[in-house]
Structure formats: C-alpha cells, structure tokens
Write a protein that binds this ligand. Sequence first.
Ligand code: PEP
Ligand code: CO
Length: 451
Amino acid sequence: MISGVQDWHPASWREKPALQQPDYPDEAVLEAVLAHLATLPPLVTSWEIERLKGQLAEAATGRRFLLQGGDCAESFDECRADVITNRLKVLLQMSLVLIYGLRMPVVRVGRFAGQYAKPRSSDRDTRNGRTLPSYRGDIINRQPFTEADRTPDPRRMLEAYSRSGLTLNFIRALVDGGFADLHHPEYWDLDFVKHSPLAADYEAIVASIMEALRFMETVSHARLSDLERVEFFTSHEALLLPYEEALTRPAPHRTGLYNLSAHFPWIGMRTAQIDGAHVEYARGIANPIGVKVGPAMTTSWLKDLVRLLNPDDEPGRLTLITRFGADRIEDALPPLIDAVRATGRTVLWCSDPMHGNTEMTGSGLKTRRFEKILAELELAFDVHAAMGTHLGGVHFELTGEDVTECIGGARGLDENDLDRAYKSSVDPRLNSEQALEMAFCVIRKRRRMDG
Ligand code: PEP
Ligand code: CO
C-alpha cells in the first residue's frame, strides 16, 4: 500500500520495540481476528477527520478552543444508553459555557467509542503471592483476578470494535435527533451550584447563555440546534497497535492512509519513545494526532517528536497534551515551549490537568483533588500567556455519572465520600457537577486574565 510517507506502511511499527502490548497466547486466533477486522467497515470517515484537523488548526492559532474529555477507560459493561447520553450531555454543557465565556467556537472531542486499552506501570500483577498479567483494558483482558480473566484474548478486539460502533451510532443518532436542543431545562439543572460560594456567578452565566440563545433564535428565526449542527469527534489512545493497524486504510480520492477507528488518536506518555513502535505508527497516518507530554520529556526528545510527527508543519496535525502536575508545570513547561518554537512548527497546546495530579488515599484509592486540577490548568494559561503562546485546549477525565472519585468541588467531596460511588477501574474522573464547575472555572480564569 502506498502511503506517501517515506519508508512507512501500516505495519512498519512491527520492526520497532513496541511497549505495553499484551502477550497473546494463540498466534493463529490473533491473525484470524486481525484479518476479520481488516474486512469490517471503518468507524469514521476521512472527511470527518480532515474537518477535525481544520478545526484543530484554528485552535492552535487561538481562533477556537479544544474540549477533549471522557472516561479514562471505557468498559464493555458501560456501553449503555444512559452512560453515553450523560457523558455527551456534560460535554455539551461544558462546551456551551466555554463558547460563551471564551467567545470562540469549541471543538468537542470525546474520549469515547474506542478508549478501551490502558498502559500499565507493570506487566504483572501480584496478589497474595500469586502473579497474573495486569489488566490492560477491556479490549485486551478482564479485570477479575483469575487466570482466565487476565489472559489476553484477541477476540476482545472484535468486541471493542463492535462496542465502539454501537456507541458512535447512538451518538450520531442523538446529535441528529436534536439532542442538542438546549431549551430542555434539565440541561441546566445546576443544583450543585447552590453549594458553591460562586453560585451567583454561575447563575448569571447560565442566564446570559439562555438569553444569548433566545437572541440568536429571534434574529435568525431558527432553532439554534439547526443553525450549526453540534459535532462530536472521537479519540482514544492508539495503544494496541495490531488493532490500529487493522483499521488503517486508504480513503477514496485522498492521498495517505487514515486510522479510521477514531478521528483523533493520541500517543500516551509511556509510549512516546522516538524510536518506538507507537511513534513509528503515528508518523505515517494522515489523522491529526496528540502526544501526551509529562515531566520525563526533555527538550531534545520533544524537538525530535515534533519534527518526526509533523515534518511539513501541516496545520492541525499535532497536539501536545501536557500533564505535569500543579507543582511542576511552571518549571517544566517553559523550556518545552522554547523547544517547540525552535523547530519552527506550529502545534496545538492542550492541558491535561488530571494525570500529573493523581494521589493515593490512606485506604489505597486513587484520587485527584479539584483544586490541584484547577491549579495546573490556571498555571497552564499563565505560562502560555507569559511565553507568548496560546493554551488552545483542555483534556479531562470525566463522566456524566454521579461518581465520587475526585476530591473537592462545590459540594466539597472529601476522602470519606469516595467509597460511596467509586466506580472507575482505572483513573479517578470528575463527576458531571465537578466537570461543569471546571468549565465555569476556566472562563472565570480567562476573564481575570483579560482584565
Ligand atoms: C490517560 O490519558 O489515561 C493516560 C494514561 O495518560 P498519560 O499517557 O498522560 O499517562
Ligand atoms: Co487516565
């Protein structure tokens, strides 16, 4: 297959060291699954992908803002109408708050319809003297600590493909069916606001958004939902490379090959080695791609990544998603901004204020504090402003469910609340109230900056 990218083909990653891959016990089953996957229709199209790339290019130059969010890991069990609807709802609400407060269009990208593979700090999990493979996400194995559950099963890739398709089908139907009709009062059920010292502020913002919607509709004689179709794009960590390869295809009338399993695949921090398989795979596909950038990143490594992943300085091609932790961002980010500047390439800078701020509670639960998440986000805005660059987006782990995984927020969740509804099998997510509150906090920060 001709790709146009030098010395690259969808399987060229196989010649490089591939971290975070499962050991499938049965090669024949693996080959059969991949051959089957390669015959199935794509989940997204190249024209949607190109449209997203155009919007990300606008975000890179400060004319649009990226909101990326969703579960740390989707689970097969949660491929359910209520879970999908609620997650979409909170992303839509957040995007409206951002559009209103930032006075610019927002590009909405979900961590959904394919976010099934997880990198782990260790390949093996030992409990009471017994060692089994680590749980790597539902596309690979199952969580319970038994040999049968933990053995990687390639057939789960077909299941992940199907559930991604089911999720995406429902999202597309909701969007087409007027899901974004913002007049439904339940979109603005802001009960939590009462608990916040900023209640009056939030209520005024919501009142202004409603007023603006009414005004738009009066002058245009159209429902807002008809004015601009609400769009959602999909993203996931492109971790399980055989799966990504099987969905990498040419597109009619276009040059290049696309990963048609998601609009916006990203490379995780643990697999961003310059000579590694994940970077090799990503360099050849035509999609916009993200790279997570954490405290271990060096200036020369980042320069190499930027040059390799965006050799032609294509607008919208590369997003750097930074995740240092509130305590480290001020030291870590400025030299990396300088390094990117030295490459002469334009990137979209996005802040993931979740992954650098994870801590363990006394009882051994992973959590994150609302105030630390917000602190990293505010510092990201400040550092970019001081360096003369734009923070063009935010990346959150969130759910539309009423979970208790992160500490803080208007309701003041504390450590003792976490047991009540801690559902994540991986990282702690903002619940719907905390997520919406975070959107309010972003615009409050922007307003303070703009004086
Ligand atoms: C994630 O986004 O869930 C993740 C694993 O992030 P990172 O690669 O930044 O650690
Ligand atoms: Co995570």
